[in-house]
Design a protein around this ligand. Structure first.
Ligand code: NIG
Ligand code: FE
Length: 412
């Protein structure tokens, strides 16, 4: 790997002296440097400064032409490995059915499960790789990916092996989450407890033995996993050394945030329906609150009350929730727009929520999430704009000219 110098950066965003999580008023603070250069060597950030103080050491130059550079996004919640799209259900929803009604008649997650069980590991890997590359081009520089469309041992392991291959072959950091508790497969439609036991006793030990997961997750929701069932999954994960990041409060509030706090989950995610008690519990815990505004947009459900979370001091994170049912996009530029427009975040708050806070939520803040010496050279270049405000403002446009990954221009 060689050395590259980005020159004529009109504004360089996301310089942090430390990797601290941003909360409260600090969430809006993004340190910048105008008229700057940025150096990469051997995949890492090795220097930056004012153009007028540029060292004369003959590096390969890349001209940003007065535009902006910021740290690549970190997407801490995706279902990137999936079988096929679910456009038919999209049309069903336009015709008046709800997400839950579609799920109740065997569609939804179970529709994706049937399709995934019939696909080869090879085909899943090829499709997921293509998706991942398009996300990298859209500015994603680190990502979390869940299982959860297999829902039996073979198919969950198949998904997790695909994620493992992505980890091995992709240029960006990837974290894997075991989401066997995503829904009840039809074989266990009348034996939910049996499914939870199977998951904990038969599937989880192999997942752990093969080193296929970094975290464990469950969809704790009415019609899916109860708080008690989720607790069992979380406790089993902890026994095997896996911390949890949990889908909670998407449609109903029934004690999931409290249970997650008691078990020191890393994060609670979705949070569209939050009581004051839920917010207080979350604020008093060490958990991250992860909002998924593209899911709210696509399903036309409430947005996470993010301003209230920020005021309460919760470390807020934004993610895409990329999946075929509730958020068929992983475009975090659009997520930033939604956060600003529908949740009233400032663009700088959204940027922090998508970079340094998200990196902390994935426990990779020493590696990505800001511009700092020693971190990966994963940055976004937008030559045609002067401020990060343009990203959420000009929604629907792709303003990114280039991305650098590990200090190199990404060309795939
Ligand atoms: O995070 N809420 C549960 N799981 C996904 C949706 C999965 C699907 O519909 O395929 C989500 O929104
Ligand atoms: Fe999700």
């Amino acid at each position: 790997m060689g050395s590259v110098r980005l020159i004529n950066i009109g504004r360089l965003y996301g310089l942090t002296g430390n990797n601290a999580v941003k909360v409260g008023n600090d969430l809006a603070e993004v340190a910048t440097l105008d008229n700057a250069y940025l150096d990469f060597s051997d995949g890492r950030i090795t220097g930056f400064g004012l153009m007028e103080a540029i060292p004369l050491d003959g590096k390969l130059m890349y001209d940003v032409e007065g535009g902006i550079v910021y740290p690549s996004y970190v997407d801490c919640h995706t279902h990137l490995v999936f079988a096929k799209n679910r456009e038919d259900e999209f049309v069903d929803r336009i015709n008046g059915l709800t997400y839950q009604e579609i799920a109740n008649r065997g569609g939804g997650i179970l529709n994706s499960v049937e399709k995934l069980r019939n696909m080869s590991e090879e085909e899943l890997y090829a499709d997921a790789t293509a998706r991942l590359h398009s996300l990298i081009r859209l500015g994603t520089g680190a990502i979390e990916i869940k299982s959860g469309y297999g829902l039996n041992k073979d198919a969950e392991l198949k998904m997790l092996r695909v994620i493992k291959r992505l980890k091995e072959n992709s240029p960006i950091p990837i974290k894997a989450t075991f989401l066997g508790a995503h829904a009840f497969p039809k074989e266990y439609a009348n034996d939910h407890e049996g499914y939870v036991q199977n998951l904990i006793n038969e599937v989880l030990p192999t997942v752990v033995e093969e080193g296929l997961a970094d975290y464990i997750d469950a969809f704790c929701e009415a019609g899916y996993f109860t708080v008690e069932q989720t607790r069992k999954v979380v406790e089993a994960g902890l026994k095997h050394g896996l911390k949890s990041r949990l889908h909670v409060n998407q449609f109903e509030s029934f004690g999931a945030v409290q249970m997650a706090a008691e078990h020191q989950a890393i994060s609670v995610e979705h949070l569209e329906v939050m009581t004051d008690a839920d917010i207080n519990t979350l604020a008093a815990s060490n958990m991250f609150g992860v909002a998924l505004p593209a899911c709210s947009f696509f399903l036309k459900i409430p947005y996470t009350p993010s301003r209230k979370l920020i005021e309460a001091g919760v470390p807020l994170v934004l993610a895409s929730d990329y999946n075929p049912g509730s958020s068929p996009t992983g475009n975090l530029n659009f997520v930033m727009s939604l956060a600003c427009i529908y949740m009233q975040l400032l663009p700088t708050e959204a940027l922090n929520a998508l970079t340094i806070n998200a990196a902390n939520a994935l426990e990779i803040a020493e590696d990505v999430g800001s511009i700092a010496i020693g971190k990966r050279g994963n940055v976004v270049v937008c030559k045609g704009i002067k401020s990060i405000n343009s990203i959420p403002y000009q929604f629907g446009d792709n303003l990114i000219d280039d991305v650098f990954v590990n200090g190199e221009l990404f060309t795939l």
